[in-house]
Every structure is written in C-alpha cells, then in structure tokens.
Design a protein around this ligand. Structure first.
Ligand SMILES: *Cc1c(COP(=O)(O)O)cnc(C)c1O
Length: 339
C-alpha cells in the first residue's frame, strides 16, 4: 500500500477528515544557477504555486482545518493575522469557496503606514472575495475582540469556527506532515535524496508538520527553519507542541523526546514584516538568476538564511538541500516603495 494512503486512513479512522483543495503536487525543481554558484545542489518546492487563491503554504493546512469546520457544522470562519497576512487571504478565498462566511481580524502589527502596505497586496484579494475585515490595533486586545465578535455571531444563530494565527495547531500542521509523501515521491523521480530541508517559520505549524511527517515516515531528515520575527522561544514552544500533537495522533508520542528542533534566529532582521537590505538583495538575486520571486516577510529572510548558512559551511558540503517556497508573493505589492 502506498504510504500516504496509510497516513490518510489512519486519520480517517481517528475521525479526522481532509477537504481536498489541491488536485496536483506543487512543482519540485532544481535551481541550476544558484547551485553552480554555491557549489551545492539546491532544489525548491514551489508551494507558492499551489493552485488556489495565488498559492501558499496555508492551503495545505486549510484542507484539514476547513474539513473540521464542516464536521463541526460551522457556517462562519473567523481568523486572525497581520494586515498583509497570506494566511488570512487564503482562508478567505477557500472558506468562501466552501460556502462559509468569513471574518478576518487584521492586526496592525507591522509599523508600516504606507498606502501600499495598508491597502494593496493581500488586502485587494481579501476584498475581492468579500471577507469581513476588522482592523485592530497591536495592543493585546485581539483575544477580547475575537471573543466579542464570536459572541455577537452566536447570538444571531451562527456557528463559528476559529482558526488560530497562521492556521497553526495540530489539525493545521497535518497538512505539512502529509506533504512529506509528495516530496518523497518527487525526489525519487528526480533521483535525489533530501536529508536537509529549509523553510521560513512564522507560527511554527509548517515546521512542526514537516518534522512530524518525517518522524511518522521514519526517515531521518534535518528540517532547518528560519524564524521571521525576534521572539524565538514562543515559536519554538509552539513548534514542539504541534509536533507532539501530531505524533500523539499517530501513537508516536515517545518519539518526540529525541527530536532536535532547528529554528535559526540569525536572519530575522529588526521585526516581523520588516526586510533588511540583505533580504531585498536576496529577492532581487533569485528573481534575476532563477525567475523565482521570494516575499519580503518570510521566504526572503529564510532563503537568505539558507544561502548564508551554506556559505558558512553549516550544511554538509555537496549534499542536496530542499527549500520550501511557502508563498507570500501577493504580499510583495504591499512593499512597493522598497524595490
Ligand atoms: C504563514 C507563512 C509562513 C510561515 O508558516 P508557519 O506555518 O506560520 O510557520 C511562511 N511563508 C509564508 C509566505 C507564509 O505566508
């Protein structure tokens, strides 16, 4: 039996459903120019090209989250994110497709008051699908705001399903445990074996999913995540919790003790949502050498981290590395004046 079927049927038996949003694997490609330049084979998993709503990693999480919302008989989705949240955009698009009403609570957590940051980029797409947008300050009021909003809708008879920031919890993380089978299939076709995977981490769910996925598969793989905001401990705890949550679902809780979590804070820059000069140079360089756009909030920082760590000899020389492109392209248009 194909291993992904075993993964799927285990979850089904446990009462966890998946709503199929994606119908084909995202491309996994070799980056010729950059590999030559760094004398290291570098591949990229184009989850920025996943097929709905301009793509991004949140779609794989939403396959599980929206399935749970349906199962709970919810009719309304509420989620939260930064003003230019890719997660909010993809939640809005896919929830609408599936017939839910959608409320996005968007926090002004990035100190950029340009018109493009406030109104362009993801905001345009959120508005196209008629999501209800609630703008809130970055003053710790989010939980109260969401509780009040939920109560309000419940009193008028709605059933609300809340998705946490980044869609990062055990259920959402399953999307990236499952992607492991897609990566392994594609790497067999390319005749390459990845022991090193790199990615950006924002709320920990993608990182945790990948770690858990390889544990479930039983293949030793180093997952190097690059944090995109200075607070490391909170994200690390979140990552551990989600990893353990997923392993528990597969009765592998014992296995979590030996896991080494790799979350680098070396390339975060000054704050979430603020790229530095090196981030911008990386974005330009990859666009010009490979025709691939990275985003200024997540992948630009993470790709910089991977390249610098290769140069510093932090990856074994000559071993192939797979970078997961988690998306964020539409966010670029919020950063018009930076390029
Ligand atoms: C949300 C996001 C991430 C981070 O994923 P997490 O699961 O929240 O860590 C990375 N890249 C992009 C483009 C994102 O939108």
């Amino acid at each position: 039996m194909k291993e992904v079927y075993r993964f799927d049927s285990h979850l089904l038996v446990s009462g966890i459903n998946r709503l199929k949003l994606l119908s084909f694997p995202s491309p996994l490609l070799y980056l010729q120019g950059l590999s030559n330049e760094l004398e290291t084979p570098i591949y990229i998993k184009r989850d920025d090209l996943t097929e709905l709503g301009c793509g991004g990693n949140k779609l794989r999480k939403l396959e599980y989250l929206l399935a749970e919302a349906k199962q709970n008989e919810a009719n309304r989705i509420i989620t939260i994110g930064a003003r230019q949240s890719n997660h909010a955009r993809l939640t809005a698009v896919t929830a609408k497709m599936m017939g839910f009403d959608v409320d996005l609570v968007l926090k002004n957590s990035v100190p950029l008051d340009t018109e493009s940051y406030q109104l362009n980029g993801n905001l345009v797409l959120d508005n196209i699908v008629d999501a209800n947008i609630h703008e809130i300050a970055n003053d710790g009021s989010a939980t109260t705001f969401i509780n009040n909003l939920t109560k309000h809708y419940e009193t008028v008879g709605d059933k609300v399903y809340f998705i946490p920031v980044g869609g990062s919890n055990t259920i959402g993380g399953l999307g990236y445990a499952r992607v492991v089978y897609e990566i392994e299939d594609q790497s067999k076709d390319l005749d390459v074996d990845f022991k090193h995977i790199t990615l950006a981490s924002g709320s920990g769910g993608t990182h945790a999913g990948l770690i858990a996925g390889y544990e479930i598969l039983g293949k030793k793989t180093f997952i190097q995540a690059y944090n995109v905001q200075p607070d490391r401990e909170v994200i690390l705890d979140e990552t551990k919790n989600i990893t353990e949550g997923i392993l528990n679902l597969f009765d592998l809780s014992m296995q979590s003790q030996g896991i080494e979590y790799r979350l680098s804070n070396d390339y975060v820059g000054e704050a979430y949502g603020i790229p530095n000069e090196q981030t911008l140079q990386t974005i330009k360089h990859l666009a010009k050498t490979e025709g691939v756009f990275l985003d200024p909030v997540y992948t630009g920082k993470a790709f910089t981290g991977m390249v610098e760590d290769i140069k510093k000899g932090r990856f074994p020389k000559g071993e192939p590395i797979l970078f997961i492109h988690t998306g964020g392209i539409t966010g670029i248009f919020g950063y018009q004046n930076w390029f």
